[in-house]
Design a protein around this ligand. Sequence first.
Ligand code: ACO
Length: 323
Amino acid sequence: MIRSVIAGCGGYLPARIVHNDELAAKVDTSDEWIVERTGIRQRHVAADGEMTSDLARVAAERALADAGATADEIDLIVLATATPDQTFPATAARVQAQLGIRRGAAFDIQAVCTGFIYALAIADNFIKAGQSRAALVIGAETFSRILDWEDRTTCVLFGDGAGAVVLRAAEGQGRNTDRGVLSTHLHADGRQHDLLYVDGGPSSTQTTGHLRMLGKEVFRHAVVNLAAVVGEALKANDLTAADIDWLVPHQANKRILDGTARKLGLSPEKIVVTVDRHGNTSAASVPLALAEAKADGRIRPGQLLLLEAMGGGFTWGSALVRL
Ligand code: ACO
């Protein structure tokens, strides 16, 4: 039985760090409010001319190095982003060219903050179907480009970054003790469009637009949907929360992370938290958190990881992985 195994992880954050105080000098907010309501202390912002593909390429190179893989091994690139370099071609195709890869498929997928979970599910299914042997799965965003920097209710929440994993085909027995992606669960509810969206686009306004969010409403749905999708993953694999070594959640708000952990009865030490330093990097947040915790030795081979995210659409999903 073929299954996909995470062979390597990599992350990249732009050099420029913006602290809360810098934002408080521009809009009516404060470090105290932002930390108390979100847990965010700083975020990284891409330099002028630095594009989503530039962030994605570095994260991909680091994931390849971590996997001990070469670019010519890769036959699939799935890149999750809501902030592509251009409307088309896909940012994945640009990254493919930059990495010197000349074969296989490369495409973008769009599920906003759930993008990486969707991308991982797609690549996992390509591998299980025998259509790919080694895939790069990337989440990369430059949300700084779509923020309304005069809107204090949104501009303090987001940051730029990229994370990537190399997925390789491996033989498994189909047991939850085997290494690899054990399950993925994806959901969408398009009725919630107006709670979180960008007010522009090529087909509607012919502009890029800005992010708009009713934060309190999104928060309410996030806690319910994330708890449900986590329960769904555990049940499908005949596991309990006590079996999880690490929760690697989408990093939107520290209070959402704490709420999900409480619902699961998971101790806070088992949650990878980066939101304090990265802000919400949308599709990049889960692979960035994964790369950071693997690089610093917290996450170790053989451990059971539960990845989850929720974003615009609404979309939400989970992936259960044994590293
Ligand atoms: N600084 C100071 N005050 C602020 C700020 C700010 N940056 N932003 C809002 N306020 C004010 C509001 O105007 C409001 O004032 P009012 O009472 O006079 O009207 C007050 O603070 C409370 O605002 P709320 O929106 O009720 O604050 P809340 O505690 O809900 O926190 C937040 C807002 C942080 C946005 C929270 O709701 C949240 O994290 N929501 C979830 C976001 C999320 O999960 N997104 C995930 C998906 S992201 C994606 O897919 C792209």
